[in-house]
Ligand binder design. Sequence first.
Ligand code: HEC
Ligand code: HEC
Length: 302
Amino acid sequence: MLLFICFPGWADEPIKPIPLKVDYDKAKAELGKMLFLDPQISSDNSISCHSCHDFDHGGADPRPVSIGVHGAKGNANAPAVYNAYFNFRQFWNGRAKDLKDQANGPIHNPVEMDMIPSDIEKYLEQNGYYNQAFRTIYNHPPTYDDMLDAIAEFEKALFTPNCKFDRYLRKEISLSASEAKGYRLFKTLGCITCHNGINIGGNSFQKFGLIIPYRWSAKFPDRYDITHDAKDKNVYKVPTLRNITLTAPYFHDGSVATLKEALQKMAYHNLGFELSEEEIVAIETFLKTLTGERPAIIDGAP
Ligand code: HEC
Ligand code: HEC
């Protein structure tokens, strides 16, 4: 007897496409969207999640470092919330285990939203819309924990399917010669050893300065901060490269303004050599194929 096993086109590729559909609870996600956009859940009523994770900037912050309540300056560049659901951990150093755990961070952070849970619960209870929505969806008055749950559910819906590269992986289209060359270089030069999987990153911790040490202008919590293991110094979660042309500036301190410079630094410090101008152009052309569709939930589609 012959057994035919059908593998999808990408089975042997180190990068996997974003699924076309992600299951999430629509009512919770819509509630989460309102909360994500609501500056009232910050101490001076000026900062929402969206203030630092801009839907028109790939879900990231165009400013090198974020600005929180009362104009407080943070110390990091806000990464994309788009596709963050597919990351194995959250935050640059992975200190949150999932999106719900993560959402708890900025709300308390004195340079971000600076709120305490009981004040948020009071606000949600006094607001007619929220009060009703929480009771309908969660069967009890609004709680802080359910608010985190709703926000995390909304973030699940922030996926960006159907980028050109995913369509290539699904064998629906082919890449241009320059895009294909960029992808080949991305694999053969070694970028793929750290940037792979569904998010082309987001699935491992790696050192910045693996081959040639890299010095940041300011200290920022790395994996060492959590593990106190010397080998974790300057180790961070590898960021996603999806929608990367939308999310400048780059690196955790937002110190690099252009993608070109980010590629040069990556190749030099993490692979140990300088890219030629031709290689940079090809890799950039490949990276441009990673821009997906704007998440449908943002503009109100079901
Ligand atoms: C004042 C700016 C600011 C606000 C407000 C803010 N964030 Fe962030 N966000 C950041 C910064 C900066 C980081 C990275 C911090 C770090 O890694 O230490 C981050 C990280 C994240 C991440 C992790 C992504 C990843 O790839 O690791 C998610 C998810 C996220 N924020 C969602 C939210 C949600 C939800 C809210 C609202 C409850 C919110 N943020 C409010 C600035 C902000
Ligand atoms: C040894 C693992 C490793 C290798 C190899 C590697 N990277 Fe990275 N990459 C990282 C890490 C870790 C970061 C995050 C650094 C930070 O900001 O703390 C990063 C960041 C980036 C960023 C910035 C992303 C952002 O959102 O700020 C880009 C772009 C990038 N890499 C592209 C590449 C390319 C192209 C190559 C191959 C030339 C490459 N990387 C090779 C680990 C790696």
